[in-house]
Design a protein around this ligand. Sequence first.
Ligand code: ATP
Ligand code: MG
Length: 436
Amino acid sequence: MSIPVVTVGPSQEAVVEGLERLQGPVTVVRRCEELTELIAACQSGLAVAAVVAEGSGELTTTLVDRLGAVGVMIVALTDDPVEMARLHSIGVVAAASGIEPAALASTISEAVGRDQSRGRLGSGLHAGFSDAGADPLPAPVADIAEDWSKNPGKIYAVWGPVGAPGRTLLAVNMAAELAADGQSVILVDADSYGASVAAALGLLDESAGLALACRLADQGLLDVKALEGAAIQVFTKRGSFRVLTGTTRADRWTELRAAALSAVLEQARQIADVIVVDVGFCLEADEELSFDSMAPRRNAATLRSLELADVVFAVGTADAIGVPRLVRGLAELEAVVPQVSARVVLNKVRRAAAGRSPRQQLEDAWVRYGPGMGIDAYLPADPAACDAALLSGSVLLEVAPDSELRMAIAGLVCAPVQQNRNSFGRTTRALGLHKR
Ligand SMILES: Nc1ncnc2c1ncn2[C@@H]1O[C@H](COP(=O)(O)OP(=O)(O)OP(=O)(O)O)[C@@H](O)[C@H]1O
Ligand SMILES: [Mg+2]
């Protein structure tokens, strides 16, 4: 069967004529005036390959991801070796502009064949709802797998429901403790609603290192050096870690697209033992199911981070509002990322909110009415230590090294973090939990 192809670019006529003369393996089903027309044609299911005859500079990781999601491989023509390398890194097949029609036809069919034999792009490697694309990086799946085996940095996502349960406090201090433990760490602020890692660490940074890294990744220009350049190095008494700061201006969340974020996190895996990601609370994915637009998704960064995470730390406030929210949130989390390994953390544990012997109360309620997984850590409320850390833009190991809170966070991450310990399965009026 002939492969349906769409083309674009001022010099497409020669290419189209050459392919048509072959009367063979490919059929040009539409000649597009511009890239937006080509995208629309692809999204309507017209073609399985797109030939960009000129103007490949407009191709980005996000675009490749979106077209990959609707089953379209891109072949771009260029004579610039640097551009060829860039195209390759974002998953576009590049060929010389003077390529013979027969050779172009076989390049197209090979690319489509490879893609189909992969079972539509890496099946499950990054599959999910975080963007219209099912997979973030269509092309170098083999390369990624190879790199992972060389340096399999782990991704720890720190998530929690609405209500400021302490995601940022936990993420920042986890990063500091892991670094103090001798691990190489990158802390990423992917909270698209309320980025605050920079503020928590006293960094006067408006540049949003994560957005910069995503922009470079989108253009296929993110290498280790560029990633390191986008990050800020933070030093504590006991070690240092890198930080990719978040987008503090509300309207900049559009810069954190899923495909680009995937590329950033994958690159980060190459240079760090652990990548700690502070994510937003919202797991809604409904709008993600729409395949008809290139619109960015507000929750894409959170969802994609959760999909890629090796371990998700789910943080809830230990009171009558926070605990039920966490229970409901865990059910949503399971629906969104069923494969995830979740570790439950109850934060701000205090008698005034949970009763006498608060830990026991929480544990009893959780066993009877909770979602079936254990509680991995109880972090005590310690407003004095937290305020001191915020005031000085520092971490607990600096301002309250002997505090129970700091010790509990260190114990949570510096003992080997067990994966697959909690899987989703099955907790009084007290604490807002009702028998079901
Ligand atoms: N264990 C604790 N004891 C006392 N205060 C705490 C504790 N954990 C966090 N806090 C304080 O609670 C507030 C919210 O914490 P944090 O910013 O980490 O929450 P968040 O979940 O990241 O919220 P957001 O929704 O804004 O992202 C901060 O003032 C923080 O210092
Ligand atoms: Mg936060």
